[in-house]
Design a protein around this ligand. Structure first.
Ligand SMILES: *Cc1c(COP(=O)(O)O)cnc(C)c1O
Length: 360
């Protein structure tokens, strides 16, 4: 069996040892005589799986005790509505930093529930940079400040954590969570859909500071209410049990990689190699400002777009798949999340060099 190097932006690759372990445990989890998929979420076996996953995530991310971790459904996109509904309290507005397609979606949804102030907007340069701290027009009376630390489509990543002077900072970390160490205490809330760097689709993780719970609007759906979900250990209803279990296997795997310190070093090396290959020749170009280049999603263009189809075809023949760029950006996009082995990046770099010399 040959596993491909899959550069998809999401759902993305999972670590092969995680899939092998899931396969091994598929029919009979730990002598229980059943698959995890068949277990009651309230039974002692599944409760132990769920608790272990949370404990390992807390350990890997060094999540302080005054934060709750929720294992929800509905994707990061559901959080776009849940955030204003939970966090507005008696405030009238929230600040949003607009750096790309996912910020825009979060803003459009939030506007249905709260007045949105745009604290910064990089659409003027086609979302190819991050605003500086000095450029952020923050309102001290905002309910919260929302931003997207890594824009998955544009490949633009903040190289700093915005300072909000006490206003809760809310981050959509769908495509960058667990890529390197993070100081969770700087955030009011972090959320992420699982299918990029956590596990299978169907699971959404919310990490929220205790003092932000219990302020939900009366119209907030019960399923969206963070306080309700926290009181019920994310089991107000049936959770995405299998995705939660596989996420737990990923957290164990992360610990084996040296935790986020170890993972961060590998990810930095992978990104540096790929950007170096792009910058080495005029044959390729990165649209993103150097200080805003993402470690996880690397868009690049060929100087001659007529060669795009041949590039993709040749790549696929070498087992390098899902490299086509998002339709809004064009060109290529290589998503190199935690589970993309360094050998996959090496193979892509070698192919890029070969393709450039054959077509220059
Ligand atoms: C993928 C992605 C989303 C959407 O996630 P869903 O789980 O599909 O709702 C939102 N924000 C960012 C930054 C993403 O990368």
């Amino acid at each position: 069996m040959a596993r491909k190097f899959n550069f998809s932006a999401g759902p993305a690759m999972l670590p092969t040892p995680v899939i092998e372990r899931a396969l091994h445990e598929m029919l009979d989890w730990n002598g229980s005589g059943m698959s995890v998929m068949e277990m009651s979420h309230r039974g002692k076996e599944y409760m132990s799986i769920a608790a272990k996953a949370e404990a390992d995530l807390r350990e890997v991310l060094s999540i302080p005790d005054n934060y709750k971790v929720l294992f929800l459904q509905g994707g990061a996109s559901s959080q776009f509505a849940a955030i204003p509904l939970n966090l507005m309290g008696d405030k009238k507005s929230a600040d949003y930093i607009n750096t790309g397609m996912w910020s825009k979606k979060a803003i459009a949804e939030a506007k249905r529930y709260i007045t949105v102030n745009i604290a910064a907007d990089t659409s003027g340069n086609g979302f190819t940079s991050v605003p500086t701290q000095a450029e952020l027009k923050l309102d001290p009376n905002a309910a919260y400040v929302h931003y997207t630390p890594n824009e998955t489509i544009g490949g633009v990543e903040f190289d700093y954590i915005p300072e909000t002077n006490g206003v809760p900072l809310v981050a959509d970390m769908s495509s960058t969570i667990l890529s390197r160490p993070l100081d969770v205490s700087k955030f009011g809330m972090i959320y992420a859909g699982a299918q990029k760097n956590i596990g299978p689709a169907g699971l959404t993780i919310v990490i929220i500071r205790d003092d932000l719970l219990g302020k939900a609007s009366a119209i907030c759906p019960t399923m969206f209410n963070y306080a309700t979900q926290a009181e019920n250990d994310s089991m107000y209803n049936t959770p995405a049990t299998y995705s939660w279990y596989v996420a737990g296997l990923v957290f164990e795997w992360l610990k084996e990689q040296g935790g986020l310190e170890g993972m961060g070093k590998i990810n930095k090396r992978k990104a540096d190699k790929l950007y170096a290959a792009i910058d080495a020749t005029d044959f390729y170009a990165s649209p993103v400002a150097i200080n805003g280049r993402s470690w996880m999603n690397v868009p690049f263009t060929l100087a001659d777009a007529e060669l795009d189809a041949a590039f993709l075809k040749g790549a696929a023949e070498k087992g390098l798949v899902s490299l086509k760029g998002h339709r809004s950006v064009g060109g290529m996009r290589a998503s190199i999340y935690n589970a993309m082995p360094e050998a996959g990046v090496d193979a892509l770099v070698a192919y890029m060099q070969e393709f450039a010399s054959n077509n220059a």
